[in-house]
Design a protein around this ligand. Structure first.
Ligand code: ATP
Length: 396
Protein backbone atom coordinates (compact mmCIF):
# COMPACT_ATOMS: atom_id res chain seq x y z
CA UNK A 1 0.00 0.00 0.00
CA UNK A 2 1.22 3.49 -0.80
CA UNK A 3 2.20 5.68 2.17
CA UNK A 4 0.09 8.80 2.73
CA UNK A 5 1.04 11.57 5.11
CA UNK A 6 -1.24 14.23 6.59
CA UNK A 7 0.41 17.17 8.41
CA UNK A 8 -1.57 19.28 10.85
CA UNK A 9 -0.95 21.99 13.41
CA UNK A 10 -2.48 20.66 16.60
CA UNK A 11 -2.51 20.82 20.38
CA UNK A 12 -1.68 17.45 21.93
CA UNK A 13 -3.18 17.27 25.43
CA UNK A 14 -3.09 21.07 25.41
CA UNK A 15 0.51 21.55 24.16
CA UNK A 16 1.00 23.15 20.71
CA UNK A 17 2.58 20.68 18.27
CA UNK A 18 2.94 19.61 14.65
CA UNK A 19 1.59 16.16 13.94
CA UNK A 20 1.84 13.74 11.03
CA UNK A 21 -0.51 10.86 10.33
CA UNK A 22 1.11 8.25 8.05
CA UNK A 23 -1.00 5.50 6.58
CA UNK A 24 -0.06 2.46 4.52
CA UNK A 25 2.89 0.16 4.89
CA UNK A 26 5.05 1.45 2.06
CA UNK A 27 7.66 2.67 4.55
CA UNK A 28 7.65 -0.70 6.27
CA UNK A 29 6.68 0.60 9.71
CA UNK A 30 2.88 0.46 9.41
CA UNK A 31 0.43 3.30 10.04
CA UNK A 32 1.51 5.74 12.74
CA UNK A 33 0.97 9.11 14.36
CA UNK A 34 4.00 11.33 15.05
CA UNK A 35 4.19 14.70 16.73
CA UNK A 36 6.73 17.17 18.09
CA UNK A 37 5.74 19.87 20.54
CA UNK A 38 6.51 23.49 19.57
CA UNK A 39 9.95 24.67 20.74
CA UNK A 40 11.34 21.18 20.21
CA UNK A 41 12.24 20.76 23.89
CA UNK A 42 10.78 17.28 24.08
CA UNK A 43 11.72 14.53 21.65
CA UNK A 44 9.41 13.52 18.83
CA UNK A 45 6.66 11.19 20.04
CA UNK A 46 4.93 8.49 18.03
CA UNK A 47 2.13 5.95 18.29
CA UNK A 48 1.95 2.85 16.13
CA UNK A 49 -1.71 2.33 15.29
CA UNK A 50 -1.27 -1.44 15.25
CA UNK A 51 0.85 -1.84 18.37
CA UNK A 52 -0.23 1.04 20.63
CA UNK A 53 -3.76 2.16 19.78
CA UNK A 54 -7.01 0.71 21.12
CA UNK A 55 -9.52 3.06 19.56
CA UNK A 56 -10.24 6.52 18.18
CA UNK A 57 -13.02 9.06 18.56
CA UNK A 58 -13.53 12.35 16.69
CA UNK A 59 -15.45 14.98 18.64
CA UNK A 60 -15.81 18.52 17.25
CA UNK A 61 -12.28 19.89 16.75
CA UNK A 62 -10.77 17.02 18.77
CA UNK A 63 -9.56 13.55 17.92
CA UNK A 64 -9.15 11.36 21.00
CA UNK A 65 -6.69 8.51 20.51
CA UNK A 66 -7.15 5.81 23.16
CA UNK A 67 -3.75 4.19 23.56
CA UNK A 68 -2.17 1.39 25.59
CA UNK A 69 1.50 2.28 25.67
CA UNK A 70 4.71 1.20 27.36
CA UNK A 71 5.31 3.28 30.45
CA UNK A 72 9.01 4.22 30.51
CA UNK A 73 9.05 5.00 34.26
CA UNK A 74 7.31 1.76 35.21
CA UNK A 75 9.56 -0.22 32.86
CA UNK A 76 12.72 1.05 34.55
CA UNK A 77 11.25 0.18 38.00
CA UNK A 78 10.57 -3.35 36.79
CA UNK A 79 14.13 -3.53 35.43
CA UNK A 80 15.41 -3.38 39.02
CA UNK A 81 14.09 -6.92 39.28
CA UNK A 82 15.55 -9.84 37.35
CA UNK A 83 14.21 -9.19 33.88
CA UNK A 84 13.21 -6.02 32.08
CA UNK A 85 9.49 -6.07 31.46
CA UNK A 86 7.50 -3.73 29.31
CA UNK A 87 4.59 -2.40 31.33
CA UNK A 88 1.77 -0.84 29.38
CA UNK A 89 -0.66 1.75 30.68
CA UNK A 90 -3.88 3.27 29.36
CA UNK A 91 -3.38 6.78 28.10
CA UNK A 92 -5.58 9.15 26.09
CA UNK A 93 -4.04 11.62 23.64
CA UNK A 94 -6.33 14.49 22.67
CA UNK A 95 -5.38 16.06 19.33
CA UNK A 96 -7.09 19.44 18.94
CA UNK A 97 -6.91 20.42 15.28
CA UNK A 98 -6.02 24.04 14.48
CA UNK A 99 -7.82 23.64 11.11
CA UNK A 100 -11.10 22.84 12.89
CA UNK A 101 -13.84 20.22 12.78
CA UNK A 102 -13.38 19.18 9.13
CA UNK A 103 -9.74 18.21 9.72
CA UNK A 104 -10.68 16.34 12.94
CA UNK A 105 -13.40 14.38 11.11
CA UNK A 106 -10.98 13.51 8.28
CA UNK A 107 -8.31 12.29 10.73
CA UNK A 108 -10.96 10.36 12.68
CA UNK A 109 -12.11 8.59 9.48
CA UNK A 110 -8.55 7.79 8.39
CA UNK A 111 -7.55 6.50 11.80
CA UNK A 112 -10.68 4.33 12.09
CA UNK A 113 -10.08 3.01 8.56
CA UNK A 114 -6.56 1.94 9.55
CA UNK A 115 -7.80 0.21 12.73
CA UNK A 116 -10.56 -1.55 10.76
CA UNK A 117 -8.01 -2.85 8.25
CA UNK A 118 -6.26 -4.84 11.04
CA UNK A 119 -9.20 -7.30 11.21
CA UNK A 120 -9.62 -6.90 14.96
CA UNK A 121 -12.64 -8.53 16.66
CA UNK A 122 -15.60 -6.18 17.18
CA UNK A 123 -18.09 -8.39 19.04
CA UNK A 124 -16.97 -10.73 21.80
CA UNK A 125 -18.81 -13.19 24.04
CA UNK A 126 -17.05 -13.18 27.42
CA UNK A 127 -17.29 -15.90 30.08
CA UNK A 128 -16.32 -14.80 33.60
CA UNK A 129 -15.76 -17.58 36.15
CA UNK A 130 -16.29 -16.10 39.64
CA UNK A 131 -15.09 -19.36 41.18
CA UNK A 132 -11.68 -19.63 39.45
CA UNK A 133 -8.36 -18.96 41.22
CA UNK A 134 -8.77 -16.78 44.30
CA UNK A 135 -12.34 -15.97 43.19
CA UNK A 136 -11.39 -12.49 41.98
CA UNK A 137 -12.47 -12.80 38.32
CA UNK A 138 -15.42 -10.40 38.65
CA UNK A 139 -13.21 -7.73 40.24
CA UNK A 140 -10.48 -8.23 37.62
CA UNK A 141 -13.09 -8.02 34.88
CA UNK A 142 -14.55 -4.73 36.15
CA UNK A 143 -11.22 -3.07 36.96
CA UNK A 144 -8.89 -4.20 34.18
CA UNK A 145 -10.71 -5.95 31.36
CA UNK A 146 -13.95 -4.10 30.67
CA UNK A 147 -12.27 -0.65 30.48
CA UNK A 148 -9.84 -1.90 27.81
CA UNK A 149 -12.60 -3.49 25.70
CA UNK A 150 -14.63 -0.28 26.03
CA UNK A 151 -11.69 1.89 25.00
CA UNK A 152 -11.29 -0.32 21.94
CA UNK A 153 -14.99 0.00 21.11
CA UNK A 154 -15.52 -3.77 21.34
CA UNK A 155 -19.14 -4.85 21.87
CA UNK A 156 -19.16 -7.28 24.77
CA UNK A 157 -21.75 -9.81 25.91
CA UNK A 158 -20.82 -11.25 29.31
CA UNK A 159 -21.90 -14.47 30.91
CA UNK A 160 -20.91 -15.30 34.46
CA UNK A 161 -20.52 -19.07 34.83
CA UNK A 162 -22.96 -20.38 37.42
CA UNK A 163 -21.79 -23.95 37.92
CA UNK A 164 -19.36 -26.58 36.68
CA UNK A 165 -20.22 -27.41 33.06
CA UNK A 166 -22.09 -24.13 32.45
CA UNK A 167 -19.55 -22.75 29.95
CA UNK A 168 -19.72 -26.02 28.02
CA UNK A 169 -23.53 -25.89 27.87
CA UNK A 170 -23.52 -22.28 26.66
CA UNK A 171 -20.76 -22.87 24.07
CA UNK A 172 -22.60 -25.91 22.69
CA UNK A 173 -25.62 -23.81 21.68
CA UNK A 174 -24.30 -20.24 21.37
CA UNK A 175 -25.32 -18.34 18.20
CA UNK A 176 -21.74 -17.99 16.94
CA UNK A 177 -22.77 -15.81 13.99
CA UNK A 178 -23.28 -12.93 16.44
CA UNK A 179 -19.66 -12.92 17.65
CA UNK A 180 -16.10 -12.62 16.34
CA UNK A 181 -14.69 -14.57 19.27
CA UNK A 182 -15.23 -16.10 22.70
CA UNK A 183 -13.16 -14.96 25.67
CA UNK A 184 -12.70 -16.82 28.95
CA UNK A 185 -11.84 -14.75 32.03
CA UNK A 186 -10.88 -17.80 33.99
CA UNK A 187 -8.34 -20.52 34.46
CA UNK A 188 -7.76 -23.35 32.00
CA UNK A 189 -10.84 -25.29 33.17
CA UNK A 190 -13.41 -22.99 31.60
CA UNK A 191 -11.37 -22.77 28.37
CA UNK A 192 -11.43 -26.56 28.12
CA UNK A 193 -15.19 -26.54 28.77
CA UNK A 194 -15.68 -24.07 25.90
CA UNK A 195 -13.56 -26.21 23.55
CA UNK A 196 -15.63 -29.26 24.52
CA UNK A 197 -18.91 -27.37 24.06
CA UNK A 198 -17.79 -26.28 20.58
CA UNK A 199 -16.71 -29.79 19.57
CA UNK A 200 -20.02 -31.36 20.64
CA UNK A 201 -22.02 -29.15 18.27
CA UNK A 202 -23.46 -30.59 15.08
CA UNK A 203 -21.79 -27.69 13.23
CA UNK A 204 -18.44 -28.25 15.00
CA UNK A 205 -16.44 -28.18 11.75
CA UNK A 206 -17.40 -24.51 11.26
CA UNK A 207 -17.66 -23.69 14.97
CA UNK A 208 -14.11 -24.81 15.67
CA UNK A 209 -12.87 -21.88 13.59
CA UNK A 210 -14.21 -19.45 16.20
CA UNK A 211 -11.23 -17.81 17.97
CA UNK A 212 -11.20 -18.45 21.72
CA UNK A 213 -9.25 -16.07 23.94
CA UNK A 214 -8.17 -16.43 27.52
CA UNK A 215 -7.46 -13.85 30.20
CA UNK A 216 -5.76 -15.33 33.27
CA UNK A 217 -8.07 -15.37 36.31
CA UNK A 218 -7.60 -18.93 37.54
CA UNK A 219 -5.03 -20.91 39.47
CA UNK A 220 -2.74 -22.50 36.87
CA UNK A 221 -3.38 -20.28 33.81
CA UNK A 222 -1.04 -22.40 31.68
CA UNK A 223 -2.69 -21.54 28.35
CA UNK A 224 -2.63 -17.78 28.93
CA UNK A 225 1.03 -18.00 29.94
CA UNK A 226 1.91 -20.17 26.92
CA UNK A 227 0.12 -17.92 24.42
CA UNK A 228 1.61 -14.69 25.76
CA UNK A 229 5.06 -16.26 26.00
CA UNK A 230 4.87 -17.49 22.38
CA UNK A 231 3.83 -14.01 21.24
CA UNK A 232 6.74 -12.41 23.15
CA UNK A 233 4.30 -10.50 25.35
CA UNK A 234 4.45 -9.86 29.09
CA UNK A 235 2.24 -12.21 31.11
CA UNK A 236 -0.48 -10.08 32.68
CA UNK A 237 -4.24 -9.60 32.56
CA UNK A 238 -4.01 -6.39 30.54
CA UNK A 239 -1.50 -7.82 28.03
CA UNK A 240 -3.79 -10.81 27.48
CA UNK A 241 -6.74 -8.46 26.84
CA UNK A 242 -4.63 -6.31 24.50
CA UNK A 243 -3.55 -9.40 22.51
CA UNK A 244 -7.25 -10.30 22.12
CA UNK A 245 -8.17 -6.75 21.08
CA UNK A 246 -5.36 -6.80 18.49
CA UNK A 247 -6.75 -10.08 17.14
CA UNK A 248 -3.66 -12.21 17.76
CA UNK A 249 -4.44 -15.79 16.81
CA UNK A 250 -2.76 -19.12 17.37
CA UNK A 251 -3.92 -22.48 16.03
CA UNK A 252 -3.75 -25.32 18.54
CA UNK A 253 -3.88 -29.09 18.40
CA UNK A 254 -6.81 -30.75 20.14
CA UNK A 255 -6.41 -34.11 21.81
CA UNK A 256 -9.35 -36.53 22.20
CA UNK A 257 -9.40 -38.57 25.41
CA UNK A 258 -11.70 -41.57 25.79
CA UNK A 259 -12.20 -43.04 29.25
CA UNK A 260 -14.94 -45.63 29.59
CA UNK A 261 -18.03 -44.11 28.00
CA UNK A 262 -16.73 -40.57 28.27
CA UNK A 263 -14.99 -38.63 25.50
CA UNK A 264 -13.40 -35.30 26.29
CA UNK A 265 -11.13 -32.94 24.40
CA UNK A 266 -7.98 -31.38 25.77
CA UNK A 267 -5.88 -28.45 24.55
CA UNK A 268 -3.53 -27.92 27.49
CA UNK A 269 -2.29 -31.15 29.00
CA UNK A 270 -3.26 -34.63 30.09
CA UNK A 271 -1.98 -35.96 33.38
CA UNK A 272 -2.03 -39.26 35.21
CA UNK A 273 -0.55 -39.89 38.64
CA UNK A 274 1.30 -37.27 40.64
CA UNK A 275 0.29 -34.11 38.76
CA UNK A 276 -3.38 -35.11 38.46
CA UNK A 277 -3.45 -35.90 42.18
CA UNK A 278 -1.90 -32.53 43.03
CA UNK A 279 -4.43 -30.71 40.82
CA UNK A 280 -7.53 -32.54 42.04
CA UNK A 281 -6.69 -33.14 45.69
CA UNK A 282 -5.46 -29.57 46.32
CA UNK A 283 -8.96 -28.21 45.53
CA UNK A 284 -9.58 -27.80 49.26
CA UNK A 285 -6.68 -25.32 49.42
CA UNK A 286 -8.09 -23.13 46.62
CA UNK A 287 -7.89 -20.08 48.92
CA UNK A 288 -4.08 -20.25 48.61
CA UNK A 289 -4.20 -19.35 44.90
CA UNK A 290 -1.43 -20.88 42.79
CA UNK A 291 0.58 -21.67 45.98
CA UNK A 292 -1.82 -24.59 46.51
CA UNK A 293 -0.01 -26.50 43.77
CA UNK A 294 3.43 -25.93 45.34
CA UNK A 295 2.21 -26.80 48.81
CA UNK A 296 0.34 -29.94 47.79
CA UNK A 297 3.18 -31.03 45.46
CA UNK A 298 5.42 -31.17 48.55
CA UNK A 299 2.82 -33.19 50.44
CA UNK A 300 2.51 -35.70 47.59
CA UNK A 301 6.25 -35.88 46.84
CA UNK A 302 6.84 -36.91 50.45
CA UNK A 303 4.27 -39.72 49.98
CA UNK A 304 4.83 -40.84 46.40
CA UNK A 305 2.29 -43.19 44.83
CA UNK A 306 3.01 -45.55 41.95
CA UNK A 307 0.68 -46.13 39.01
CA UNK A 308 0.78 -49.32 36.96
CA UNK A 309 0.12 -49.28 33.22
CA UNK A 310 1.84 -48.75 29.91
CA UNK A 311 2.00 -45.92 27.40
CA UNK A 312 2.08 -46.41 23.65
CA UNK A 313 3.07 -43.45 21.55
CA UNK A 314 4.30 -42.28 18.16
CA UNK A 315 7.52 -40.29 18.70
CA UNK A 316 7.94 -36.79 17.33
CA UNK A 317 10.86 -36.33 14.92
CA UNK A 318 14.09 -36.40 16.93
CA UNK A 319 12.62 -38.54 19.73
CA UNK A 320 12.62 -41.90 17.92
CA UNK A 321 15.00 -43.47 20.44
CA UNK A 322 12.64 -43.05 23.43
CA UNK A 323 10.83 -46.15 24.77
CA UNK A 324 10.79 -49.62 23.24
CA UNK A 325 9.60 -50.54 19.74
CA UNK A 326 6.11 -52.08 19.48
CA UNK A 327 5.87 -55.24 17.38
CA UNK A 328 2.07 -55.85 17.53
CA UNK A 329 0.78 -52.55 16.13
CA UNK A 330 -2.58 -54.17 15.13
CA UNK A 331 -3.74 -54.37 18.76
CA UNK A 332 -3.13 -50.68 19.37
CA UNK A 333 -4.81 -49.62 16.14
CA UNK A 334 -7.83 -51.80 16.96
CA UNK A 335 -8.22 -50.24 20.41
CA UNK A 336 -7.95 -46.72 19.04
CA UNK A 337 -10.55 -47.52 16.36
CA UNK A 338 -12.88 -48.88 19.08
CA UNK A 339 -12.44 -45.68 21.07
CA UNK A 340 -13.19 -43.66 17.97
CA UNK A 341 -16.55 -45.42 17.67
CA UNK A 342 -17.46 -45.14 21.37
CA UNK A 343 -20.27 -42.75 22.38
CA UNK A 344 -19.55 -39.06 22.16
CA UNK A 345 -20.86 -35.97 23.91
CA UNK A 346 -23.46 -34.90 21.33
CA UNK A 347 -25.27 -35.81 18.12
CA UNK A 348 -22.70 -34.72 15.53
CA UNK A 349 -19.70 -34.46 17.82
CA UNK A 350 -16.12 -34.41 16.66
CA UNK A 351 -14.44 -37.79 16.96
CA UNK A 352 -11.05 -36.25 17.35
CA UNK A 353 -8.18 -35.99 14.94
CA UNK A 354 -7.40 -38.82 12.56
CA UNK A 355 -3.94 -40.17 11.87
CA UNK A 356 -2.32 -42.89 9.82
CA UNK A 357 -2.09 -45.25 12.74
CA UNK A 358 -0.97 -48.46 11.03
CA UNK A 359 1.95 -46.85 9.29
CA UNK A 360 3.22 -45.06 12.40
CA UNK A 361 6.34 -46.10 14.20
CA UNK A 362 4.82 -46.98 17.59
CA UNK A 363 6.88 -47.26 20.77
CA UNK A 364 6.00 -47.90 24.41
CA UNK A 365 6.93 -47.37 28.06
CA UNK A 366 5.87 -49.81 30.76
CA UNK A 367 5.05 -48.58 34.28
CA UNK A 368 4.85 -48.34 37.17
CA UNK A 369 4.89 -44.55 36.84
CA UNK A 370 5.03 -41.77 39.39
CA UNK A 371 3.69 -39.19 36.95
CA UNK A 372 2.63 -39.09 33.32
CA UNK A 373 2.27 -35.55 32.00
CA UNK A 374 1.52 -34.98 28.32
CA UNK A 375 1.61 -31.34 27.34
CA UNK A 376 0.34 -29.58 24.23
CA UNK A 377 1.86 -26.21 25.14
CA UNK A 378 5.07 -25.26 26.99
CA UNK A 379 3.56 -23.88 30.21
CA UNK A 380 1.29 -26.23 32.17
CA UNK A 381 0.78 -23.46 34.73
CA UNK A 382 2.02 -19.87 35.00
CA UNK A 383 4.99 -21.03 37.12
CA UNK A 384 5.56 -24.45 35.52
CA UNK A 385 7.23 -24.73 32.13
CA UNK A 386 6.61 -28.45 31.88
CA UNK A 387 7.37 -28.91 28.17
CA UNK A 388 9.79 -26.26 26.85
CA UNK A 389 9.99 -28.03 23.48
CA UNK A 390 6.20 -28.01 22.87
CA UNK A 391 5.81 -26.18 19.59
CA UNK A 392 3.68 -23.06 19.34
CA UNK A 393 3.84 -20.83 16.30
CA UNK A 394 2.04 -17.55 16.84
CA UNK A 395 0.04 -15.98 14.03
CA UNK A 396 -0.46 -12.26 14.29
N1 ATP B 1 -20.01 -20.51 39.53
C1 ATP B 1 -19.26 -21.60 39.64
N2 ATP B 1 -19.22 -22.33 40.79
C2 ATP B 1 -18.45 -23.41 40.91
N3 ATP B 1 -17.63 -23.88 39.93
C3 ATP B 1 -17.61 -23.20 38.78
C4 ATP B 1 -18.42 -22.03 38.57
N4 ATP B 1 -18.18 -21.57 37.33
C5 ATP B 1 -17.27 -22.41 36.76
N5 ATP B 1 -16.93 -23.38 37.64
C6 ATP B 1 -15.94 -24.45 37.48
O1 ATP B 1 -14.72 -24.00 38.05
C7 ATP B 1 -13.69 -24.86 37.56
C8 ATP B 1 -12.35 -24.20 37.67
O2 ATP B 1 -12.33 -23.06 36.90
P1 ATP B 1 -11.06 -22.37 36.26
O3 ATP B 1 -10.30 -23.30 35.43
O4 ATP B 1 -11.54 -21.12 35.66
O5 ATP B 1 -10.16 -21.98 37.53
P2 ATP B 1 -8.97 -22.73 38.25
O6 ATP B 1 -9.25 -24.17 38.39
O7 ATP B 1 -8.73 -21.93 39.49
O8 ATP B 1 -7.74 -22.46 37.28
P3 ATP B 1 -6.81 -23.47 36.42
O9 ATP B 1 -7.73 -24.39 35.68
O10 ATP B 1 -6.03 -22.56 35.49
O11 ATP B 1 -5.92 -24.14 37.41
C9 ATP B 1 -14.11 -25.20 36.15
O12 ATP B 1 -13.98 -26.57 35.96
C10 ATP B 1 -15.57 -24.75 36.06
O13 ATP B 1 -16.40 -25.78 35.58
Amino acid sequence: MEDRHAYEKVRVNGAPAEATLSTGTGGGGGPELRWRCAGGVTAERSLSLEADVLGVEANGKEVVVRAFVADAAAASCAAVGKRRREIRRRKDYVFEMAAGEGAAAAWGDTLRGCLDSFGRPKRLFVFVNPFGGKKRANKIYAAEIKPLFEAAGVQITTQETKHRGHAREVASSLDLGRYDGIVCVSGDGVLVEVVNGILQRTDWKEAVKMPIGIVPAGTGNGMAKSLLHAAGETYSVSDAVFAIIRGHKQSLDVCAIVQGQERIFSVLSMTWGLVADIDIESEKYRWMGSARFDFYALVRIMNLRRYCGSIHFVPAPGYEAYGEPVTQVDNIVERIEQNRESPGPGPGFSQGPSAELERSDWRFFDGPFVAVWINNVPWAAESAMAAPEAKMAIWM
